[in-house]
Ligand binder design. Sequence first.
Ligand SMILES: [Zn+2]
Length: 396
Amino acid sequence: MSATTRSAGPSLRGVGRTLRPTAKVLPEHARAHNRAMVLQHLFHQGPSSRADLARSTGLTRVTVSDLVSVLMSEGLVEELGVRPEGRVGKPATLVGMRTEDFHVVAVDLADDASLRGAVMTLTGAVVARRSASLDGRTGDAAVTVLEDLCRELLAAADARPVVGVGIGSPGVIDSAGVVIAAPNRGWYDLPLAARLTEALGVPVQVANDANTHALGEYTYGGATGSGLMVVTVGQGVGAGIVLDGALVRGRAHAAGEIGHVTVVDDRDVRAGDPEPRPCACGRAGCLETLLSLPALRRATAGRGPEESGAVLASVGRKLGLALAPVVSALNLAEVLLSGPPELLDGPLAEAALATVRARTMPLLGQDLVLRMGSLDEDGALSGAAALVLSGRLGVT
Ligand SMILES: [Zn+2]
C-alpha cells in the first residue's frame, strides 16, 4: 500500500478499486474468501510483502504465508526479490501476481451481425483479436459459431494458461450463465455457460452485456464501485449497476432494464410529443424507442447540427426522466453512457444530467457525475474479462 510497494513492479499496474465484501462469510467459505482478498490486494496494489498483505487483509501472517505458498504452487503468484528497507529491520521479500503470464478469453455478443472476441492478459491488455460473422444464424447454429470462435481464441492464447472464458451476451441471464431469454439470438432457457464449459474444457462465464460493461468500467476503467450505472446504447438500451462493489442482479436477473420504462404516454402527446412508437417488448413509448442507436440515427438523419442537437437534447431529457428515480433510490455516484460519442456526448448527456438534477434532491443530484464510459468499444470485452477475474479469482 505504501509508495514503495506500488512502484516495485513495472509489469503490475494497479487498476480499479478495492472489493468491499457485502455478505457474511461462512467458515467453509473463509479460505476461498481469504484467498480472494490476497489476490485482490496484489491485483490492485501490485507487489507486496507478506506483512503488507497481512496488514491490508486483516489476516494473520501465518495465514497469509500459507495462502501465498498455495498461490505460488499454482503459479498465480511469484516472489519478486527483496524490497530495500530504509529503516532498521529485515528486508521484506515481495510477492506479486503473474498478471501477464495468464490469459483470459473474452467475447462480446452485443452486435447482431458479428461476434467479437479477444485474448487478454489479467490486466486487460489485448493480446489477440478474432471475430466471426453470424450471417443471420440464431439458436443452436449461433451457439456453434460462438463455440468455434472460442476455440480459435483459445488456440491464439499463445500457450499461456487461460483462466477462463468470459462472455457478455444480450438478454436476461442468471448467475449460473443460463440465458433465460435472448430473443435476437433465438436463445431461451439455454445453459450457455455449462454447455460451453463442457465443449471447451475451460471454465466459461456468461452474463448480460450491460452487466459485463459495468464490471469492466469498475475493474479496468477506474469507475467508482460505490454507486455506478452504465447505460449501454446499441440495438437496444440496457444498463448494468455496481453497488457497494458488487454487481446488482435483481430478483429475475433483469436489474438495470431501464430501456423499457415508458417515457412517452398520452399526456406527453397532448403536450406536444410525437406519438409513442411501438417497442420490441410489445408495448409503446419505451425509452428504447427513442434512445436506441437505430432510433437516434433515424431522428437525426438529414438534420443540421443545430436541429440534431435539439433532437438529441429532447431524448436526453427522456433519459433523465428514467434515471432520476434510479439515482434517487440507489444514491448513485456515477452514470456512464456507452455508445457512439457523436450521438451521446454533448446535448444528449447534458440534457440528461440537467433533468436528473432538476428532479432529485440537491444532495443526490448535485454531485452526480454523468459521462461517457472510459473503455470505448472494448468496454464489453474488458467486462467479459472482469467476469472471469471475479468468478475464477474473486478479483474485481
Ligand atoms: Zn419496450
